[in-house]
Design a protein around this ligand. Structure first.
Ligand code: PMP
Length: 453
C-alpha cells in the first residue's frame, strides 16, 4: 500500500469511527458544548479531554460506567489509578456516609487521620512520618520545597524527561510552560551512565532528585539498575531522593519501592489512598519529616484547610485497612500481568503491531513493534512527525474500543480496578483482536510508512 493510500484508509476509518461516536453520544456532545461556555474546553481537568468530545459519565457501578446517553462501558481507565476500588465499594461508601453523618469541616484533628497515617506507614517502611495534602501535585510540591528548604544553598532539582508529577511538574514534551519555575535539571530516564555523570557533575547544586519508579506516561518501568544507581549516587552525594509513587504505590503491598527493594528518602502518594476522594501525601525519613512538628525548634509550616478532610481520611482508611489487603494487592496486580501478557501473546502470534508495557495492574498500550524499545528510543521516535500518525491510530483504537464497550485513556493508559474479573480481561483482549481484524492493514501501513517498525 502506498503512503497516500495508507493515510487515506486510516483517515476514512477515523472519519467513520468519529461519526459513529457522535451518533451514539449526542447528549454527551450537548453537555460538552454547554459547559464550554463557562469552562474552557467544557471541563476543569485537561487529562480527561479527548476528541471529538469526552463522554459524560452519570453513574458508576463496580467497574461499569454509564454515560449520559445510557451506554455502558467496562472501565479500564480506573480514574488514572485513583479508582482502584471501583465506583461503588460498599465498605468505602459506608465509611463516607458515617463520616459525613458525623459532620463536615470540623476544623481540628479527627479520629481518622492518625490511623490512616499508621496504615500507610505499616506498608511503606521508608516512611517514618507522613503528612497529607489534597492532591498528588501538592504532595510533590511539598516534597520539593521541603528538600530545597533543607539545603538553601542548593537550588537545582533533577527530574526526568517524560516524567509527570502533576500539572505544574510536567516533563513529557520538554518542560511545560506552566511548570513551577524551579531550577530543573532534566536527565534521561533509564539512562544509567548519563544520569550518573549529570548527577555527579551537579551534585553540589542539587537539593533533590525526584523520579517515578515507573514513568506513568506510557507505563515504562524504571529498571532496578537505574533506580538503584539513583539511590547509590544520591546517598554518596547527600542528595535526598524522592520517589513519586502517586501512581505506583498500588503495585505491591509496599509499592514499587517494596518490589524493587529500594528505600527513598521521601515518597509522595495520592490517588486511591483517599479511597476515591481527593488525596495526596508526602512522607519519609524522620530527620526530614519531624521538621513539620510545630514543636520543633525550627519547624516548617505546612498548611491546607482540607488536608485532613473527613471524607478522604475515612474513605482512605477504610480502603486500605478493609479492602486493599495484601492479598487483594497481589490478586489485582497478577490480573494486570495476565492482561498484559495476553495482549502481548496475541500480538506476537498474529503479528499485531501493538505492545503492552507496565507493571502489575498499570498497563500502557503502544502501537509499535514487539521488540523492546528503551525510553530513549521511544522518545526519539515520538519526537518526530510520526507522533501525528500515532495519535491518529490511538484515536481510532480508542473510539473503536469504546464502541465495543471498553473505556481507557486515549494514549493507551489502563489501570485495573478491584471489581475487574478475568473474564473482563478476556473480553478486552477479544476486542483488541477484533479491532485488528478490521484495521490491521491500515495500522501496518501507517506504522510502516511512519517507520515505527
Ligand atoms: N505524580 C504522578 C506520578 C501522577 O501520575 C499524578 C497524577 N496523574 C500526579 C503526580 C498528580 O496527582 P494529582 O492529579 O492528584 O494532583
Amino acid at each position: 500500500m502506498t503512503a497516500a493510500r495508507s493515510q487515506g484508509t486510516l483517515a476514512a476509518a477515523l472519519d467513520h469511527a468519529m461519526q459513529r461516536y457522535c451518533d451514539r453520544h449526542p447528549r454527551s456532545a450537548e453537555r460538552q458544548a454547554h459547559a464550554a461556555k463557562d469552562l474552557p474546553g467544557g471541563s476543569t481537568r485537561s487529562a480527561i479531554y479527548y476528541t471529538p468530545f469526552p463522554l459524560t459519565w452519570v453513574e458508576g457501578r463496580g467497574n461499569r460506567l454509564i454515560d449520559l446517553d445510557g451506554n455502558e462501558c467496562l472501565d479500564f481507565l480506573g480514574e488514572y489509578s485513583a479508582g482502584l476500588y471501583g465506583h461503588s465499594n460498599e465498605i468505602i461508601r459506608a465509611a463516607i456516609a458515617k463520616a459525613a453523618n458525623a459532620g463536615l469541616a470540623l476544623g481540628g484533628p479527627n479520629i481518622y487521620e492518625g490511623p490512616l497515617a499508621a496504615a500507610i506507614r505499616e506498608r511503606f517502611p521508608s516512611v517514618d512520618l507522613i503528612r497529607f495534602t489534597n492532591s498528588g501535585t501538592e504532595a510533590n510540591l511539598m516534597a520539593l520545597v521541603t528538600v530545597r528548604a533543607l539545603n538553601p544553598s542548593r537550588t537545582r532539582i533533577m527530574v526526568f524527561d517524560g516524567g509527570y508529577h502533576g500539572g505544574v511538574f510536567h516533563f513529557r514534551h520538554g518542560c511545560s510552560a506552566l511548570n513551577v519555575p524551579f531550577d530543573w535539571l532534566i536527565a534521561e530516564y533509564n539512562d544509567i551512565e548519563g544520569t550518573r555523570r549529570l548527577l555527579n557533575a551537579n551534585a553540589s547544586s542539587l537539593c533533590g532528585v525526584i523520579v517515578e519508579p515507573m514513568l506513568g506516561g506510557g507505563c515504562i518501568p524504571g529498571t532496578r539498575a537505574f533506580l538503584g544507581m539513583l539511590r547509590e549516587e544520591c546517598s554518596a552525594n547527600a542528595v535526598p531522593l524522592i520517589f513519586d509513587e502517586v501512581m505506583t504505590s498500588r503495585l505491591s503491598p509496599s509499592g514499587l519501592q517494596g518490589l524493587l527493594g529500594l528505600r527513598p528518602d521521601l515518597t509522595t502518594f495520592g490517588k486511591y489512598l483517599g479511597g476515591g476522594a481527593s488525596f495526596g501525601a508526602f512522607g519519609g525519613r524522620r530527620e526530614i519529616m519531624e521538621r513539620f512538628d510545630p514543636g520543633h525548634a525550627s519547624a516548617f509550616q505546612h498548611a491546607g484547610t482540607f488536608n485532613n478532610n473527613v471524607i478522604s481520611m475515612a474513605a482512605g482508611l477504610a480502603g486500605l485497612t478493609q479492602v486493599y489487603s495484601f492479598d487483594e494487592a497481589k490478586r489485582i496486580n497478577a490480573l494486570g500481568d495476565y492482561l498484559r501478557s495476553a495482549i502481548n501473546t496475541i500480538a506476537a502470534e498474529r503479528e499485531l503491531l501493538i505492545r503492552a508495557t507496565g507493571v502489575g495492574s498499570l498497563i500502557g498500550l503502544h502501537f509499535q513493534s514487539l521488540h523492546q524499545t528503551t525510553a530513549r528510543e521511544d522518545g526519539r521516535l515520538k519526537s518526530q512527525v510520526r507522533e501525528d500518525a500515532l495519535l491518529q491510530l490511538e484515536t481510532l483504537f480508542h473510539l473503536e474500543m469504546i464502541d465495543h464497550g471498553f473505556f481507557f485513556g486515549r494514549r493507551g493508559y489502563i489501570s485495573l480496578s478491584l471489581p475487574t474479573t478475568t473474564s473482563d480481561c478476556d473480553s478486552f483482549v477479544a476486542a483488541v483482536s477484533s479491532f485488528f481484524e478490521e484495521h490491521k492493514p491500515s495500522v501496518e501501513a501507517t506504522l510502516h510508512h511512519s517507520q515505527f517498525v
